[in-house]
Write a protein that binds this ligand. Structure first.
Ligand code: 4UW
Length: 549
């Protein structure tokens, strides 16, 4: 890259890639604006079943879904639809159908327990749920706890109107008519959940403008290869979930906008993934570090399986240079034959803020890249609060049109995270080099990342505190070769009380989905180290956790 970033009055850095026009479109209109140019090309294919819709069909189904949500389900603009769906083509129909109808979507991991989904859907006032047969029991359990509930959309199922269950297929076949609203770009359309820097998961309010701006930022022709190459027929295979912001905006919308063929799988298994590599011959893979490690090191993945791959995009958790090297070795390809791109972002920033340009020096592998257009950064000293120069680590602050409107119903957390000048305090520790490439080195926030998934220590701590024998508890992430990090609990018992490690791990396993389980184990302590303000000294526990397995 020849562009340089500028340090404005030594107060902040601007993007070396200039500015984009802030998004004024409704997200669905923007994502499908060029659909006529590739109406017959496949949009999303289910890698497990082969079920596939072309772009023209997808667009029509979205329109019909919007009318059905406004019609038979009686959902009005601003009301919330909750999705409990794996990565399937119908995910796209429902999420964009809802947004087209002016609804606000929140999505949950379909492997969440009913407790986890209930907390989220109650918190943001969900009025209807869409799910598949496998997760119907969870949806029913959750729906019981929701006020003014309007109905469940059963993807792939039959109608059962008596119980307020609507089959998606018949809703679409009926071709309902409704007046769909004109969407204002400043309206919230998505509320994913993130624990942010501290506490329980919170609803992140993202607007059409946030999400559309981020697509424009990541498709900046100068930074990426896309000028004149849209609709070239790239095929991508992707596993990161659409119910996470990276999967939804960073992967799904990003590639649909370009007219590419998105192949996805409802559930990851090594066999199915390899089968998809051979069957669809993807040119691009979107991965998280644990999936990259699988491709680089798993004996059943052969170089022949990867022969079509030209680009691999990795993000959501730290990746090591050596893993990227191992991947190249596995492919038997050189750095010139395969592009290793990395991106960094957060749910709170729609998500992308930093990205490696399509062409960048190999010496920068391991960097999370440069500021995307219209994005500014500060690296702030953890001790003095000053803006730092190159090669000095501090907290990363970011500002741009992709930064969230705020946390839903949580003014205090919003104020703590986005300051009055619009800076998003990421809770990540980073530095930049003389070419304005950024490197993430640590985290000051509590968040634990297990295979790219968020785990909030507070959520686990609250559950463990339910045990009457427990006096105090702290949960931290400890390094794990496969998952990146896993949660580990430090527990203080009340006098004369007894508990085993299993009592605690079993309770967490009963209440929370698999990746949040205490795979780092439990250590019993006399006391939890806290500072004068009563805050848990998590770094001390991390060090202790690495020593005491
Ligand atoms: N290196 C080190 C990274 C990295 C990272 C994220 O669950 P959330 O809120 O959001 C995400 C977003 C992932 C993402 C965004 C844009 C992009 O291009 C891409 O990959 C191509 C992935 O995961 O978690 C946010 C937190 O996750 C960590 C970091 O701590 C951040 O605050 N994180 N990306 N490349 N750490």
């Amino acid at each position: 890259a020849t562009q340089t970033a500028t340090a404005v009055d030594n107060k902040f850095l601007t993007s070396p890639w200039g500015e984009i026009q802030v998004g004024q479109e409704a997200l669905t209109d923007f994502v499908f604006s060029d659909v006529e140019s590739w109406a017959d090309a496949p949009s999303v294919t289910c890698g497990a079943s082969g079920r596939s819709y072309d772009y023209g069909m997808m667009r029509m189904m979205i329109e019909r879904c919007a009318c059905a949500l406004a019609g038979p389900l009686k959902l009005g603009p601003g009301e919330r639809l909750g999705l409990i769906l794996p990565n399937i083509p119908e995910f796209v129909v429902l999420i964009h159908g809802a947004m087209r109808a002016g609804l606000v979507v929140t999505f949950a991991n379909p492997l969440y327990t009913a407790d986890e989904v209930t907390r989220q859907f109650k918190d943001c006032n969900v009025k209807a749920i869409a799910t598949i047969e496998l997760f119907m029991p969870v949806a029913k359990e959750v729906a019981k706890n929701l006020k003014d509930y309007k109905g469940t959309i059963w993807v792939g199922g039959e109608d059962d109107k008596g119980q307020g269950i609507f089959g998606l297929k018949s809703l679409l076949m009926a071709d309902h008519q409704a007046d769909l609203p004109t969407v204002n770009p400043d309206e919230v359309c998505l509320i994913p959940y993130s624990s942010g820097t501290t506490g329980m998961p919170k609803g992140v309010m993202l607007t059409h403008k946030n999400l559309v701006s981020n697509l424009k930022q990541t498709q900046c022709p100068k930074m990426m290869k896309y000028e004149g190459e849209k609709g070239k027929g790239d095929v991508l295979l992707t596993v990161p979930p659409f119910f996470h912001i990276y999967g939804f905006n960073g992967i799904l919308n990003y590639n649909l906008k370009l007219g590419y063929h998105v192949v996805t799988m409802p559930r990851f298994t090594p066999e199915d993934y390899i089968k998809c590599l051979v069957e669809y011959q993807p040119t691009t893979l979107f991965v998280v570090p644990s999936l990259l490690a699988f491709l680089a090191t798993h004996p059943s993945v052969k170089k022949e399986h990867l022969q079509w791959v030209e680009t691999i995009m990795v993000g959501a958790a730290p990746t090591t240079d050596s893993m990227l090297e191992k991947f190249l070795l596995k492919c038997e390809k050189t750095k010139d034959q395969i592009k290793l791109l990395q991106g960094y972002g957060m749910t709170e920033s729609s998500p992308v803020t930093l990205m490696t340009p399509y062409t960048y020096p190999y010496s920068k592998v391991g960097s999370v890249g440069q500021l995307v257009p219209s994005t500014q950064a500060r690296v702030v000293s953890l001790t003095t609060g000053e803006m730092l120069g190159p090669h000095k680590s501090g907290e990363l602050w970011l500002r741009g049109p992709q930064v969230m409107k705020g946390y839903w119903n949580n003014e205090a957390a919003t104020k703590e995270t986005v300051d009055s000048d619009g800076w998003l305090h990421t809770g990540d520790v980073a530095y930049y080099d003389e070419d304005f490439y950024f490197y993430i080195v640590d985290r000051t926030k509590e968040l634990i990342k297990v295979k790219g998934n968020q785990v909030s220590p507070t959520e686990l701590e609250n559950i463990i505190m339910e045990l009457p024998a427990v006096a105090d508890v702290a949960v931290v992430g400890v390094p794990d070769p496969l998952a990146g990090e896993v949660p580990k609990a430090f527990v203080v018992l009340k006098p004369k009380q007894k508990l085993t490690e299993k009592d605690i791990t079993d309770l967490v396993a009963k209440k929370l989905t698999r990746y949040k389980h205490l795979d780092g184990g439990v250590v019993f302590l006399e006391s939890i180290p806290r500072n004068a303000a009563g805050k848990i000294m998590r770094n001390e526990l991390k060090v202790l956790g690495m020593k005491r397995k």
